[in-house]
Design a protein around this ligand. Structure first.
Ligand code: FAD
Length: 569
């Protein structure tokens, strides 16, 4: 049967697998995507636990506004629509602060809050974000996220990495060599004077970029927050509609999407990946699918090598290094709360008027000590809950329906998601199920704390609560290792040329014909279309795909010695 053989077989139809399928199909290759679940999209999922109420069990914001993929894949043709929010974020403390920070569409809102709470000076982003114009910010984000890691033989000074080149070009007055080694927390402590703004920025980075405590990662941490601010909203109807646009694009260019088709093995012969074997009960009738040119894994790095390829095809040292890749730092406990009224922080309507109500409220944000306490829990503790006092429970409380009426029926709101950072289930002393035994305790503590900040969040206002722990996230989605939003820790030893480890950084693997395309790879988590865009450079270099006229490479891309350059001839 002709369907048994494709140019490229993609394992997993999550955000990254679907996007590379769209890129390759649009470039003229025959592509099959094998997805274990009944639908593609992976972490880009929306569910309706009650009819008409759309909640986000995983991804909630679009961070990919600067992605070349919107332009190259022309997603607007396939139904992609954004809702832009007048206010993206706000911050609340236990002692009565409720500051609306606005958005890049409404900077006046944040300026007004800064004047009210910090009349003596700049309490916001330390002047850095304000110094970047819109095109400069896009350039900086593309240098950070939409650039493939340099080839290993290409040695450059840290200060000349793409993002530092852009930074120096646009804000020379803020540049000092010292920034290169800084953590984002060092930067906040030095340059941002207002404590709630520091907590907001640190928490924002933790949920969107590299962890703010990592030395040498100041700009990748700040970049996460910039992605959030630059995109400034979410897809209409939720993140799954964005996944649909990508999948429709792939299908329109001829890709075959095989759902209910879990891959059990990546077939390797003589050191080369030549196809996949599906589970016996997969929906696709042919259980072996051959790949003429490449197999691309959209599954996480551990599953790919330790289970699908198997240790017999790699050296023991490599397998051990894969097993050692750290998952710490991005595991999320997720709640969704249906309520009749949005939270009125500190009982006031005027704190956040409904027409500019912040989509994401971070609280309690009284002190950086709260942030450090929670960081210790997530990185060092091996038991959940480590502590349920307010000092350990700063949350991101998100809502979209004040701007997107497709999310809830009239008269209701849904706070979805409410995120809490916590340790990965894998390292829990009670075993990964430890989380689920403590689910209700965590929910009760979180709701009591929200009520303390917003007294109208009492039981009469709350209609229903849905929860998925990081362990539940793994259970519902085999790609979500650790229930972690970025798959593998985003620290200097797992970022750019070292992500997730140096020998995999350019998406090639020790198995010929096998490439990686999941959030385990640079630049990590979020639905940015960045991993597939970066991988395209490598596939062109290797002759797997010919670039079409619409393709353009990253400005900072460095070709591999002796290979063709990833650009249109
Ligand atoms: C709680 C949470 C909140 C998040 N919030 C945001 C956000 O607001 N914005 C944002 O952009 N991102 C967010 N993310 C991150 C985002 O969801 C991920 O980075 C993204 O989904 C990763 O895409 P992926 O394709 O690498 O993996 P996944 O989305 O996990 O997809 C992997 C796919 O592969 C399939 N699969 C796995 N193994 C196999 C197999 N053996 N055979 C066949 N199929 C297989 C899975 O079923 C899945 O569909 C969040 C993540 C979490 C957990």
């Amino acid at each position: 049967m002709p369907e048994e053989t494709f140019d490229v077989v993609v394992v997993g139809g999550g955000h990254n697998g679907s996007t590379i399928a769209a890129y390759l199909a649009k470039s003229g290759l025959s592509v099959a995507v094998c997805e274990a679940r009944p639908e593609c999209g992976g972490g880009q999922e929306n569910t309706e636990p009650r009819p008409g109420f759309r909640i986000d069990p995983h991804a909630t914001y679009l961070y990919g506004g600067a992605a070349p993929g919107f332009d190259q894949l022309e997603l607007w043709k396939y139904g992609m629509r954004m809702v832009y929010y007048p206010s993206m974020s706000g911050v609340v403390t236990l002692d009565g602060v409720a500051a609306n920070m606005g958005s890049r569409w409404r900077p006046d809102i944040g300026e007004e809050s800064t004047r009210r709470y910090f009349p003596d000076g700049n309490g916001g982003g330390g002047g850095l974000v304000d110094a970047l114009t819109e095109p400069a910010m896009r350039e900086l984000l593309r240098a950070l996220f939409w650039t493939p890691p340099h080839p290993r033989q290409h040695e450059i000074d840290e200060a000349d990495l793409p993002w530092w080149q852009v930074f120096r070009k646009h804000v020379p007055e803020l540049w000092t060599e010292r920034l290169v080694d800084m953590s984002y927390c060092d930067f906040l402590e030095e340059f941002v004077p207002w404590e709630p703004a520091r907590v907001l920025s640190a928490m924002g980075a933790w949920y969107c970029g590299a962890h703010p405590n990592w030395d040498g990662m100041m700009l990748p941490s700040l970049g996460g927050g910039m992605l959030f601010g630059y995109s400034g909203g979410s897809p209409r109807g939720g993140m799954h509609t964005y996944a649909h646009a990508i999948i429709r694009c792939a299908i329109a260019h001829g890709a075959r999407i095989l759902t209910n088709s879990p891959v059990e093995e990546i077939i390797v012969r003589n050191g080369r990946a030549i196809g996949v074997r599906l589970a016996a009960d997969a929906s696709f009738p042919e259980k072996t699918i051959w790949a003429r040119k490449a197999v691309i894994s959209g599954a996480d790095v551990k599953q790919t090598f330790l289970h699908l390829v198997g240790r017999q095809h790699m050296d023991a040292g490599f397998a051990q290094r894969v097993a050692d890749v750290s998952l710490k730092g991005g595991s999320l406990f997720v709640m969704s709360v249906i309520c009749r009224e949005l939270p009125k922080y500190h009982g006031r309507d005027d704190a956040f008027p409904e027409d500019v109500y912040p989509s994401c409220v971070v609280g309690p944000a009284d002190s950086m000590d709260f942030f450090y306490a929670q960081t210790r829990d997530a990185y060092s503790h091996t038991k959940v809950p480590a502590s349920l006092t307010p000092e350990h429970l700063t949350m991101m409380i998100c809502s979209h329906d004040q701007y997107d009426p497709t999310r809830t029926p009239d008269g209701y709101h849904v706070l979805s998601p409410i995120y809490l950072e916590c340790p990965p289930p894998q390292y829990d002393v009670e075993g990964p199920e430890g989380y689920n035994r403590h689910k209700q305790e965590i929910v009760d503590a979180a709701l009591a704390l929200i009520e303390r900040m917003a007294p109208n969040m009492h039981s009469d206002n709350i209609v229903d609560v849905f929860v998925n722990t990081p362990y539940d996230s793994e259970f519902r989605n085999a790609g979500m290792s650790g229930g972690n939003w970025y798959g593998a820790r985003q620290s200097a030893d797992q970022w750019f040329g070292t992500r997730p480890m140096p020998e995999l950084a350019r998406y090639r693997t020790p198995i010929d014909g096998l490439y990686m395309c999941s959030q385990s790879m640079h630049p990590g988590g979020l639905c940015l279309m960045a991993v597939p865009y970066n991988l395209m450079h490598i596939l062109i270099e290797d002759g797997v795909v010919e670039p079409a006229s619409w393709w353009y490479p990253s400005e900072w891309y460095v070709p591999e010695n002796g290979r063709r350059k990833a650009e249109v001839a």
